[in-house]
Write a protein that binds this ligand. Sequence first.
Ligand SMILES: [Zn+2]
Length: 244
Amino acid sequence: MSNGLLRRCLLLPVSEHAHAAELLSQAADALLRHDIPQAARLIAQSNFPALNDYRRAIVGPLNYEIHRQTRYPVYERVQRDRAHHMPGAAITRNVLERDGYRCRFCSSRVIVKEARRVFMKAFPDAVKGAGKNTGVHAAIETLKGSIDHLLPFQRGGNNDLENLVTACSPCQFGRAHFLLAEVEIEDPRKYPPINDSWDGLVRLRGFKADSVADAIRFKRGGGSDSASNIARQPEMAIAEDKAE
Ligand SMILES: [Zn+2]
């Protein structure tokens, strides 16, 4: 049962959060210098099953220990124009930058959607969107950054900067339309954002990923160490890494 104490997030991050962010950052650098096999290897290495376990525990069925709720919130839905649900691109960028590209709840480093799209386009076999049943990349899906309304939109929250925070995918979707107090989570605005050298991989904005995917397609059927083969065999890549 709940002890009534407020907490920062639904479930504390695991060590793989930081490790995956580091590997994906190195993958971004490898892509930018067009070292495609190395980028593919790093993306495969960062695909930690523990991150899928973490995310599924939060976004899956309600668990009182995590969600502090046994059912979805019951509330008077505020009638809103859905067109104004999400803030525009400029506000989104402001919030992400203000928050140091970190989830304001669990402090995990997050990846901007443009970087996620570059990875998906460059390595479609290794990085699939959330709608796919299999092959969702554990790290890229879990560290996906988004903008969260502290007072949920459906409960009257607006797109003022003070109501918006950067959130990772599990923190965003795990809270759903609950108020912070309803899930016993502290107001993250009590803590300043962490601003360090982490850039959310915004440096991949504008990167032409099509040429990478084309190059991999061209190579397909070739040698066993082609980038696409490496990207499709994450376990093997991890095993090789540990053996070194
Ligand atoms: Zn989070």
